[in-house]
Design a protein. Structure first.
Length: 164
């Protein structure tokens, strides 16, 4: 029998999961929207679309994360699982959610600072950054690495890859 605390956790976690999926889908639609920018007196329309490489990376990451979350939720709801297994599953779920938030924060920082679309994947102490750019610029890559490392107190292994 599941206790009230466990039921509340599953209910709230499901709500957070649904809202995060909604947030991700709304964000993708906004990226495909047409934006306008004005330069001097001339008005021009700029269409912004996200690289198909970044979209495929995001979809693949979402699928992997959903599968992992599903397996962890199964452990949490399993009556035969030990308390230690449930605690480990809960901590893993919190780590997944935390990493997802950090990934989005870093992507936003790269977009704001360097005006580049990117995909960030955090796994333990490794951070992989894929940037949608035809130009492979070592200076930009080094600056991205430095700006990401500023966010952490411990040494992170950061790689930057350009996809054009």
């Amino acid at each position: 029998m599941i206790n009230k605390q466990g039921l509340w956790f599953v209910t709230l976690f499901s709500l957070i999961l649904v809202l995060s999926i909604y947030y991700v889908t709304v964000k993708d639609n906004d990226l495909l929207a047409i934006t306008t920018s004005t330069t001097d007196n001339n008005q021009e329309v700029v269409e912004t679309t996200e690289s198909s490489v970044l979209v495929s990376l995001r979809v693949q990451d979402e699928e992997e994360m959903m599968a992992e979350m599903e397996s962890l939720q199964t452990i949490l709801l399993d009556d035969t699982a030990t308390l230690q297994e449930k605690n480990d599953a809960y901590n893993s779920l919190q780590t997944l959610n935390s990493n997802k938030g950090k990934e989005e924060k870093l992507e936003k920082k790269i977009k704001d600072t360097y005006q580049l679309d990117s995909f960030v994947k955090i796994k333990n102490d490794q951070i992989n950054v894929t940037v949608a750019s035809k130009e492979h610029n070592n200076t930009i890559a080094n600056n991205i690495i430095r700006s990401i490392q500023e966010e952490y107190n411990t040494k992170m292994y950061i790689t930057v890859k350009f996809q054009g």
